[in-house]
Structure formats: structure tokens, C-alpha cells
Design a protein around this ligand. Structure first.
Ligand code: GLA
Length: 416
């Protein structure tokens, strides 16, 4: 072979090597491009939660006793019980899934309780057509003393995005006096930067009036201290019975709306602290308030009554109404209250709420409800618990015997 041929052959080989190198470099660049998260815009972030979120959270029933079987079982039960079909979608693990940080500051889940890691759980929940929620805290430690996100916000948000988290409940314990609005804004920015759509639940218990600053920062904000599994009352540590919470959120209706919800805390329906009638009133009122509906019971072990209450689609439709208006107290006669909620399509939900210890022998003129009188319309009256029309007109009085601690909850549709 002539020296010219050898030179030419080497040139071709070198060309091949360069081409190969070029291709390798380009594909590395493309992979890097693909893994770099595309940040969410503020507009995209705010559009994430047009109706109150619905799901299940581990805290009310299980506290720190969480593990992968519990969450995966809750996902199975959400499907099997008809709750998914009724609109529930989030399975949220509350405090105590996390145990440490590694040498690089990455959050570490409890390996005994989550031996396959959190992504395994998230993937399972997604395979059921549901979404996965997780918990953290503004402080360096959560309320249960586990590692919180202070100083690790961006790192944690990336972890959530890579794990497949769809919802973050973000608590406020051990906050070292930090400004709440700033702290929640930092995490919102971290979530947007991580690029995955994640509903952001602010949980600072109403302590710094989040209804005044939370819109655009989170999608929902706890408006009170923790709910406790009982009808009424208040504990020294800041826990509230169900009725007490209603009183605390009563005046917050101007702050509620699509994408930004007052959160009167998770449901206690089915946890045994209230009677069936009281559970039904609890659920009715949460739907009147357009509240997030986070079941807090053992989904795999529900009575028929609990299932019937949690999956009442007529009542859920009031909660999920597209206007997103929180009911307000229209008429109060001591412990006998009439709440009204304006709905889309000129409809109204009305809840006669008997908080008293005796039966309410209701015989009431619809025109004595100022909002209904003001419309001048005549309505058909549909009972949302009996699932039937109980009157063709509001020209006649509404007559009903409402048990102590019970409700009559109806939808009014204009007779055109
Ligand atoms: C706070 C929250 C509760 C729950 C616990 C977990 O009390 O308000 O809802 O998340 O922390 O430790």
C-alpha cells in the first residue's frame, strides 16, 4: 500500500472517530437537557387546583404508624370502596415517613417501614390511577421530630419531583420564628423550579392568617389548629372539635375560591368519635364550606354508613361546584343554623344544621332566607341525602324533623 493510501485510510478512521465522538457528545447533551427540569410558570402553578382537593391522609387515624403496606392498601381500598369513582384521588402520607438525611443532605425514608423507597409507593399509587402526596415542614424538624426542610427546600423539591409526588403538605413546627409568608414562598419557588405539578398545602394552623397572603403561594391553607375526633370542644394543646372548627372558619368565605382554599382540616368521618348522624353533618358542612375533602379513616375497614357518607356524590358535587364559593351562615337561631352556598347555574345549596340537643321541628318560610328571597325565583327542592325531590316549589314552607346534631341538606334548582 502506498504512503498516500495509508494516509488516506488514517484520515477516514480519524473522521470516523470524530463523528463517533460528536454523536456521543450530542447525546450526552440531549440527555442532560431532558433531565433538567422545565420550571413551572406561576400561572401553571396557580391553575393546579381548580376544585377543592379530595383524597386520604394517614394522620388522623394512624399518626406516626405509617408504612408502605398502609399506603398501598389505602390506594387499593380507595378504588374498591368506590371513593376513587366518587372523585377522591390523593393518597397522602403525613409525618414520620422520613428518618434522616444522608451525608449529601438528601432526605432518607425509614428503611424498615418503606423498604422499597418512596418511588416504589408512588409508582404503585399511580398504577391505580391515583396521585401521591407527601409531608414536610418549614422547620429543621417536623412536628413529630423528623427531619424537616429548612435549608433543604430545593433539594427536597427535586426529590419530590423525581419520586413522583403530586401533593405536598407543608407544616410549620420548629420554624424558629421565621416569617411564614417567606418560608412558604421559598418552598413554592422550589416546587416550581423542580418542574413537576405538585399541589401545595400550607399547614400553619391559621396562626398568621394565611387566607390574607396564601393565594398564589399555596393552593390550600389550614385555617385552624388540628381537628380532633369529637363533635365540639377545644383542647389546651390547640385541638378543636368539629363544630368548633366550623365556628372558626365561618367568616373566611371571602377568601375561598378556585385554586385557593380555606382548609378546616382533614375529615374525622368513620373514626368513631362521632355518631353516624354527626359524621353526616360533619361531611355536609365540609362540602358546604367548599373544603378540601381528605378522608382520615381506615379505608380498608369502613362501615357501610361511613362509605355511604364519604361517597355521597350529590353532596360531593356541592363541594366541587365550579364557582368554588364557601357557604356562609345566613340565618342563626341559637343552635339552629341555616347555611347557604351559591352554586353554578343559578342553583343554591342550603343546609339546615341542628347543633342543638333536641329535634328541630322545622316549618320554615323560604323567603326568610335573605339570599333566596333576593333572587325572586321559585325553586325545586332536592334532598341531597335522600336523593330525591322533596318539594316542587319554594312557595310553600319547608317542613322537616331534623334530629339533634343532624342536617337537612338540599339543592335548590330554579323552576323556569
Ligand atoms: C401538625 C399538623 C397535623 C399533622 C401533625 C404531624 O400537628 O397540624 O395535621 O400533620 O403535625 O406531626
Amino acid at each position: 500500500m502506498s504512503s498516500f493510501h495509508i494516509f488516506a485510510k488514517n484520515l477516514i478512521t480519524m473522521k470516523n472517530i470524530f463523528t463517533l465522538l460528536f454523536v456521543v457528545l450530542m447525546s450526552i447533551a440531549a440527555t442532560a437537557q431532558n433531565t433538567k427540569p422545565q420550571p413551572m410558570t406561576q400561572e401553571e402553578f396557580e391553575a393546579l387546583c381548580p376544585t377543592p382537593p379530595m383524597g386520604w391522609n394517614s394522620w388522623n387515624k394512624f399518626g406516626c404508624d405509617v408504612n408502605e403496606q398502609l399506603l398501598m392498601g389505602a390506594a387499593d381500598a380507595m378504588v374498591a370502596s368506590g371513593m376513587k369513582e366518587a372523585g377522591y384521588e390523593y393518597i397522602v402520607v403525613d409525618d414520620c415517613w422520613q428518618i434522616d438525611r444522608d451525608a449529601d443532605g438528601n432526605i432518607v425514608c425509614d428503611p424498615e417501614r418503606f423498604p422499597h423507597g418512596m418511588k416504589y409507593v408512588a409508582d404503585y399509587i399511580h398504577s391505580k390511577g391515583l396521585k401521591f402526596g407527601i409531608y414536610s415542614c418549614v422547620g429543621a424538624y417536623t412536628c413529630a421530630g423528623r427531619p424537616g426542610s429548612m435549608g433543604h427546600e430545593y433539594q427536597d423539591a427535586l426529590f419530590y419531583a423525581r419520586t413522583g409526588v403530586d401533593y405536598l403538605k407543608y407544616d410549620f413546627c420548629n420554624n424558629r420564628g421565621t416569617n411564614s409568608k417567606t418560608a412558604y414562598t421559598i418552598m413554592r419557588e422550589a416546587l416550581k423550579e423542580a418542574g413537576r405539578p405538585i399541589v401545595f398545602s400550607i399547614c400553619e394552623w391559621g396562626s398568621t392568617k394565611p387566607w390574607e397572603w396564601g393565594k398564589g403561594i399555596g393552593h390550600l391553607w389550614r385555617a385552624t389548629g388540628d381537628i380532633i375526633n369529637m363533635w365540639d370542644g377545644r383542647e389546651d394543646w390547640g385541638g378543636h372539635g368539629m363544630v368548633n372548627i366550623i365556628d372558626l372558619v365561618q367568616d373566611l368565605y371571602p377568601y375561598n375560591g378556585p385554586g385557593h382554599w380555606n382548609d378546616p382540616d382533614m375529615l374525622e368521618v368513620g373514626n368513631g368519635g362521632m355518631t353516624t348522624i354527626e359524621d353526616q353533618s360533619h361531611f355536609s358542612m365540609w362540602c358546604m364550606l367548599a373544603a378540601p375533602l381528605m378522608a382520615g379513616n381506615d379505608l380498608g375497614n369502613m362501615s357501610d354508613d361511613t362509605k355511604r357518607i364519604l361517597t355521597n356524590k350529590d353532596v360531593i358535587a356541592i363541594d366541587q361546584d365550579s364557582l368554588g364559593i364557601q357557604a356562609h351562615l345566613s340565618v342563626a337561631m341559637g343552635d339552629r343554623q341555616i347555611w347557604v352556598k351559591q352554586l353554578a347555574n343559578d342553583e343554591w345549596a342550603v343546609c339546615f344544621f341542628n347543633r342543638s340537643e333536641t329535634e328541630w321541628n322545622l316549618n320554615f318560610n323560604w323567603n326568610d332566607i335573605p339570599e333566596i328571597r333576593a333572587t325572586g325565583d321559585n325553586y325545586k327542592v332536592y334532598d341531597l341525602w335522600q336523593h330525591k325531590t322533596i318539594a316542587k316549589s319554594t312557595k310553600k314552607n319547608v317542613v322537616n324533623n331534623i334530629p339533634s346534631h343532624g342536617v337537612l341538606m338540599v339543592k335548590l334548582t330554579p323552576e323556569k
